[in-house]
Design a protein around this ligand. Structure first.
Ligand code: ADP
Ligand code: MG
Length: 153
């Protein structure tokens, strides 16, 4: 199975979904998060980061582009490329160094990064369903397929 869909009734469900994905990830993963402003990308990321053991807040790194969480279980890097002007800036910040095989990289607004960000394992889209949300998780690699298979079981 290559894709997993789920209805998220509220913020708690979105966080729980992020937790669930974190629990399934065995090694590293590159996760793209697509969706309009307010769709729940940062909320979902909070679930992932807290799932890896972070206990504090999770805020979108809109101005700094990346927020690192160097945790016991894994290094999780949260990117928000919304305000990225030129994708070449990513080259200057040494973006490739973050994407090691065992890191979890969650990227909001990946479309702004062009070819400067690695291809994903999971390509996720969050969308509005009235006041609620829907998540579609597409696998985009062997690693991603294994994760989606577990979500479907
Ligand atoms: P984004 O990062 O996509 O711009 P945020 O996660 O920052 O979005 O904000 C999402 C907003 O929607 C928050 O106010 C959050 O409380 C709310 N929210 C998150 N998930 C849901 C959901 N499943 N149903 C309704 N509201 C949600
Ligand atoms: Mg956000």
């Amino acid at each position: 199975t290559r894709s997993f869909e789920f209805h998220l009734t509220d913020e708690i469900a979105t966080v729980a979904m992020g937790n669930r994905v974190a629990d399934i990830i065995e090694q590293g993963a590159v996760i793209y998060l697509r969706g309009d402003l307010g769709a729940g990308k940062t909320t979902f990321t909070r679930g992932v980061v807290q799932g890896f053991g972070h206990t504090g807040k999770v805020k979108s790194p809109t101005y700094t582009l990346v927020e690192p969480y160097e945790l016991e279980r894994a290094n999780v890097y949260h990117f928000d490329l919304y305000r990225l002007g030129d994708p070449e800036e990513l080259e200057y910040m040494g973006i490739r160094d973050y994407f090691s095989a065992d890191a979890i990289c969650v990227v909001e607004w990946p479309e702004k990064g062009g070819e400067f960000i690695p291809v994903p394992d999971l390509d996720i889209t969050l969308s509005y369903v009235g006041n609620e949300r829907k998540i579609v998780i597409n696998s985009a690699s062997e690693r991603g397929i294994a994760i989606v298979e577990k979500l479907n079981n």
